[in-house]
Design a protein around this ligand. Structure first.
Ligand SMILES: C[S@@+](CC[C@H](N)C(=O)[O-])C[C@H]1O[C@@H](n2cnc3c(N)ncnc32)[C@H](O)[C@@H]1O
Length: 345
């Protein structure tokens, strides 16, 4: 990791780059917030057209655009700007792997929490507004449907990649049904159903999400095979299925609640079926700073959030009655692990 090569100034620039890495984060987030990638999705434009259409006044706006060229998000030719391939894939609204929603959520919420990292390290407390924390945080976010849609876009940016891994990594041929518990507006369920046309899927989540679920499956063309079950997963029985999925759900809850959810899952999974957990689980050998800092990110937002380890995942499955099949790393944004257990016949 540490290279001693280069001049003192070159080595110093590495520290300066770390110190100012947030410049790049904010440039990306502001470009998304301004609607720049949307504006340039199908056409090129010169700086004056862009200024006028986005309503920006900064005298160094050209530097802003050229910095985005340097960051591989825009291209410039003969003074006209267009979206570069990387931004077309991930930052133009409507892209199947759209990441603009998570950029906006970081601008609105995470960036402000991270500004207080030193305090968080000292006092061990989350730094988001109280409304973003605790068991009531989700119902609170969902009181306003547009706000809920923004939260969903942030979640979907991450879970879309996981959905594709689930579609690939699980042998679905022997199963006909699955339910994604805490499955939000159904992005994962819809993608799995689209990849495996013989499956019928369900999403169990808070009732307020039903309209957003309807929107998503309507647009994805999976409404006939994926249904929504509204309820509180601590109060209502979980729908029966061959496979139950819990993704990014357990870390929000204390250990006793996680165990309770998996006991409920054991009742709902048909004999021979499976439960699948996906999360940014703690791998004691993990050294990638991106993965490690992502984990801290959750604790910056929610006081009660805590990651669990690969061994704890195995223990949760076994305590609930499942036999552990495997715990594997995935190729997803936050390099989630999958933990898969079977309920014996
Ligand atoms: C962190 S999100 C994960 C969403 C999705 N599985 C993913 O991977 O992106 C947690 C989900 O649990 C849902 N949830 C929270 N409390 C719940 C409850 N009591 N009953 C049902 N769902 C709940 C939330 O609405 C949210 O969709």
């Amino acid at each position: 990791m540490t290279s001693e090569t280069g001049s003192p100034a070159a080595r110093a620039r590495r520290i300066v780059a770390l110190n100012t890495a947030y410049f790049q984060a904010k440039a990306l987030q502001s470009a998304v917030e301004l609607g720049l990638f949307e504006l340039l999705a199908d056409r090129s434009a010169d700086i004056e057209e862009i200024r006028t259409e986005l309503g920006v006044a900064h005298r160094l706006f050209k530097d802003f655009l050229d910095a985005l060229v340097g960051l591989d998000l825009l291209e410039r030719e003969d003074g006209r700007y267009r979206v570069a391939a990387l931004a077309t894939e991930f930052l133009v609204p409507g892209a199947p792997t759209y990441l603009g929603g998570t950029a906006q959520q970081h601008a609105r919420l995470h960036f402000h929490a991270w500004a207080q990292l030193t305090d968080a390290l000292r006092d061990g407390k989350a730094k988001s507004a109280v409304a973003a924390q605790g068991p009531l945080a989700y119902p609170k976010h969902y009181e306003d449907l547009d706000r809920a849609r923004q939260v969903m876009m942030h979640m979907d940016a991450h879970n879309g990649f996981t959905a594709d891994e689930l579609a690939r990594q699980i042998d679905w041929s022997g199963y006909t049904s699955f339910v994604d518990v805490g499955g939000a507006r159904g992005n994962v369920a819809s993608r799995i159903a689209a990849a495996h046309p013989h499956l019928k899927g369900g999403v169990f989540d808070l009732p307020a999400l039903r309209p957003l679920f309807d929107e998503l499956v309507g647009a994805a063309g999976t409404a006939d095979r994926v249904s929504f079950h509204g309820g509180d997963f601590f109060a209502s029985p979980l729908p029966e299925a061959d496979v139950l999925i819990f993704g990014h759900v357990l870390p929000d809850w204390p250990v006793a609640d996680r165990q309770e959810l998996l006991r409920r899952a054991f009742k709902a999974v048909r004999p021979g079926g499976k439960v699948v957990l996906y999360d940014a689980m703690i791998d004691p050998d993990e050294r990638d700073p991106e993965v490690l800092l992502q984990r801290i990110n959750h604790t910056m937002i929610r006081d009660d959030s805590s990651a669990y380890s690969l061994d704890q995942a195995r223990a949760y499955l076994e305590e609930a009655g499942f036999t552990v099949d495997r715990v594997v790393a995935t190729d997803t944004i936050t390099r989630d692990h999958l933990a898969i257990g079977t309920k014996s016949v």
